[in-house]
Each structure stands twice: as structure tokens, then as C-alpha cells.
Design a protein around this ligand. Structure first.
Ligand SMILES: [Zn+2]
Length: 249
């Protein structure tokens, strides 16, 4: 057989089997969106994923991420990559490394309204904290504070802060710490979240920061919180029930 004929046969065979090869390749559906100085790339690795959720993620990023950057860290990345990952274990929800976020498609596929988990992860991108014990419990609390505060406009989000219970501690992290922070912001210091955030990023956090910012140690604050944990948003109904309460300062 002539070499030219061999080449033609190889090419024909390749094109016959190409659809099979393509089908076996991992799915990589890439969406990019630019919004002024900001941009987001979403890499969807699940072929059957609902594209309406991708649009929600893009909308959430473009409307809220610049607000997080403006408020907390103007040196935060202006470019974020989000991978929608179907391969991780079932306990995996989402994680941020630098300006790259991985979100489990299992989580937001079946909890459709849980898409605002992206807000929590975007706050981690803004935080850019060095790894310290406080960056873990307080950092997660601040990330859930951001999710709570900025997702309020998303009326369909299927997530809320946990109610107070006596078994909780201020360093339980996530929603427990976030609710405590909302309470502190309303009652003691309107810029306490920014102050705590900077101290974690610059690795200058010490327990004295609570005393400096509120006049109370964190243990005293938690005791006060446990006596009357109602949030200011619930205050009008709370005052009808109990007008005797005065916050200890
Ligand atoms: Zn987190």
C-alpha cells in the first residue's frame, strides 16, 4: 500500500472514532463575564447542569462582589474563577483558594436556591487571610456574615442564620459566629466587622481587640448576647414583649 493511501485511511479512521473520543473527554463548558474592572470565569464540568444557576452565579458576582471589595479589601483580586465540580465527595460544598472557587454541582444542583454559597466563598477571596486559628473560626463567621448581609436582596435564597441556643459558643464558627457579629454590629460598634477583618488580614488580631472595640471582653460580650440574643431586625416585636432589657457595656 502506498504511503499516501495509508495516511488517507488513518485520517478516515480518526474521524470515524473522533465522536467517541470527544464524548469521553471531560466536559468543560466555559462562561466569562466582564463587568467594568471585574470579571468572572465559570468553568462548568457537569454536562447536565442547569445553566440558569450559572446565570444566577454571574449576576450575584457582578452585583455583590464589587461591594465586598469596596468595603473590606480594595486590593482583592478583580478576576475570579469558579469551577462547578461534579467529582468531589458528597460532603464537599465549596472551597476557595486564592481567586479560584470550587463549588460542588451536587450541592447547588439539588438545592437550587443554595447558589448564594458563592457569596460566602467570594468573601474568602476578599479576606485573603494568613492561616491562623482565628482566621478559621472568625474568618468563617465573617464569610457567613457577608452571606447573610448581602444576600438579603435574593429573596429566594434557601439559607439563614441559626437561631441562638445555649449550647453555642462564640467560636463555633460559620452561622453561629456570624449571628453574634450581626448582633455586635447593631449594638456595640457599627465598624466592628471591618476592624476584625483588617486585624485578621494583617495578622494583628489579639483577644484585646474586642475590649478595644466594645469595652468588653469577648466572653463578656457572649454572656450579654446569651441573655438577650434578639437581633435588631427583630427588635420591634421583641420590645413589645420585654422593655426592661438594657445592654451592659
Ligand atoms: Zn468558608
Amino acid at each position: 500500500m502506498e504511503n499516501a493511501q495509508k495516511i488517507i485511511i488513518v485520517v478516515i479512521v480518526f474521524y470515524l472514532i473522533k465522536p467517541c473520543l470527544t464524548q469521553n473527554k471531560s466536559y468543560n463548558d466555559i462562561h466569562t463575564y466582564n463587568c467594568g474592572d471585574y470579571n468572572i470565569t465559570i468553568i462548568n464540568n457537569e454536562r447536565t447542569f442547569n445553566t440558569a444557576i450559572i446565570q444566577r452565579l454571574i449576576n450575584l458576582y457582578s452585583s455583590l462582589y464589587p461591594k465586598l471589595v469596596d468595603r473590606f479589601n480594595r486590593n482583592a483580586p478583580k478576576s475570579v474563577t469558579v469551577r462547578l465540580d461534579p467529582t468531589r465527595k458528597s460532603s464537599f460544598i465549596a472551597v476557595a483558594y486564592g481567586n479560584t472557587i470550587n463549588i460542588s454541582t451536587k450541592t447547588i444542583r439539588y438545592q437550587y436556591r443554595y447558589y448564594d454559597i458563592l457569596l460566602h466563598e467570594l468573601m474568602h477571596v476578599v479576606q485573603d487571610y494568613p492561616a491562623t486559628p482565628e482566621a478559621k473560626w472568625l474568618g468563617e463567621g465573617i464569610a457567613d456574615y457577608a452571606r447573610y448581609t448581602y444576600a438579603k436582596g435574593n429573596a429566594d435564597t434557601d439559607w439563614s442564620l441559626p437561631d441562638y441556643s445555649p449550647t453555642q459558643q462564640y467560636n463555633d464558627s460559620y452561622g453561629v459566629t456570624a449571628r453574634f457579629l450581626v448582633w455586635l454590629e447593631n449594638r456595640y460598634n457599627s465598624t466592628i466587622i471591618e476592624e476584625l477583618d483588617v486585624s485578621l488580614r494583617t495578622n494583628t488580631y489579639t483577644p484585646a481587640i474586642w475590649l478595644n472595640l466594645t469595652g468588653n471582653t469577648v466572653d463578656q460580650l457572649w454572656t450579654n448576647y446569651s441573655k438577650y440574643p434578639i437581633l435588631i431586625t427583630d427588635l420591634s416585636s421583641a420590645l413589645k414583649m420585654d422593655t426592661s432589657y438594657v445592654v451592659d457595656r
